[in-house]
Design a protein around this ligand. Sequence first.
Ligand code: NAP
Length: 332
Amino acid sequence: MIKTILLKNRPVGKPSISDFEFINEETSLISGEGEILIETVYVSVDPYLRGRMNDTKSYIPSFELNQPIQSGIIARVIESKNENFEVGDFVSGMLSWKTKQLSTGEGLLKVDNTKAPLSAYLGILGMTGLTAYLGLNQIGKPVLGETLVVSGAAGAVGSVVGQLGKILGLNVIGIAGTDEKIDLLKTKFGFDAGINYNTSTNIKEDIAKVAPNGVDIYFDNVGGSISDAVLFNINNFARIIICGAISVYNNTELPKSISVQPFLVKKSALMQGFIVFNYAEKYPEAIKHLSGWLAEEKLTYAETIVDGFENIPSAFIDLFDGKNTGKMVVKI
Ligand code: NAP
């Protein structure tokens, strides 16, 4: 049997389980010449998938209604009529939310489960790690001794950004949503300070307390009022990396934000949108550094692993309630 998850409705506000449809097909797939049959092992759920559920133009096409949703997936080759793949190989790529599927192999990368756990190829050795490394270096341009603030700090991207900041000799402050996450930032990931945005009564002042010399780099994963509070603390020539804005992804009306221009002018600061796919030529360099630091134990990572194909939509929805620490992954 093959199980598939389709997008049933375009979510309005926060997605709900009823926006997804589960179908089971009593068919068996047979690979044609040049094809492989693959079985899903791990599924990545990511905040950016929310944008693909809207019917709006973006840097990546919208999902079609009543079609399978796609995300980063690790799969095992269970049948091969393609000379580049053998039965037992593990591959990663943008694949459908299906338990089994056919592929020509195009766009799939082989991953080595003897070098790192398979799930890591969806996280620190996948899009997450690339985003952290390339966003911080290409736009943040860190200089030893500077102060870096990271929002969404205990999440997949944020927890890597903070650690990279420490490797590069920065003073690193993380903003996250629970006291447990703030503890973890300091004990597991080596951040210098953390602010719980849910209990802080004044995030702007709390940042000023832990960054008395101001903020040189802001890695923005969340947008909204948290990012407004950071803007009040930026230094001259600060760099602001707009990686994501999860706090507004479910908004049904345009958010009321402060006007950023006066802050940027006054501080000669740079604010730049970042999309990891625009830096594909730098992936090998990034992976070389990330895997090297992992092997040297200068980098670590956290994962929230949810069990079961049926739980993919709920794991995705839980991202918007901060239920994950580190990378949210579903194990099939
Ligand atoms: P993640 O941080 O692992 O998961 C999402 C986290 O966002 C949650 O754990 C939650 O943590 C926080 N959050 C949820 N709602 C929030 C709200 N209203 N206000 C503040 N924080 C909220 O996800 P990720 O995969 O690492 O992605 C992080 C950001 O990077 C997202 O905005 C994503 O879209 C973006 N991204 C961009 C690129 C790119 O190329 N531009 C690539 C990958 C990811 P708390 O408990 O702390 O609230």
